[in-house]
Ligand binder design. Structure first.
Ligand code: SF4
Ligand code: SF4
Length: 87
C-alpha cells in the first residue's frame, strides 16, 4: 500500500517530503506533488515531514480525500506526468 499525497499539498509544495524519500518516488506536478504508487516502498519517512499533513498511507486516507488515491496513480499516466522535483 503506497503513501498518497492529498489536497493540503496544493499550493504549498515545500518539498520537505522529497528530501527524506529514500527511493526518490515523489514527483512534482503543476499544483501538488505526487507519490508514484509503484515505486513507493511504504517506509513512512515522508509522512511526519509534511507541515500540512497532506501525506497518508493509502489505507488511512480520510473519506473526503479518497479521490487522491486514484489521482496519485492517474497523474503518472497522463500526457504531462509529474517530474523530478526542482528546487
Ligand atoms: S513512504 Fe517512503 S518511499 Fe513512499 S513516498 Fe514516503 S518516503 Fe518515499
Ligand atoms: S511535504 Fe507536504 S506540502 Fe510539502 S511537498 Fe510534500 S506533500 Fe506537499
Amino acid at each position: 500500500m503506497p503513501y498518497v499525497i492529498t489536497e493540503a499539498c496544493i499550493g504549498v509544495k515545500d518539498k520537505s517530503c522529497v528530501d527524506v524519500c529514500p527511493v526518490d518516488c515523489i514527483y512534482e506536478g503543476e499544483n501538488q506533488l505526487f507519490i508514484h504508487p509503484d515505486e513507493c516502498i511504504d517506509c513512512g519517512a515522508c509522512e511526519p515531514e509534511c507541515p500540512v499533513t497532506a501525506i497518508f498511507p493509502e489505507e488511512d486516507v480520510p473519506a473526503n480525500l479518497q479521490s487522491y488515491v486514484q489521482l496519485n496513480r492517474s497523474a503518472f499516466k497522463g500526457e504531462n506526468p509529474p517530474k523530478r522535483p526542482t528546487r
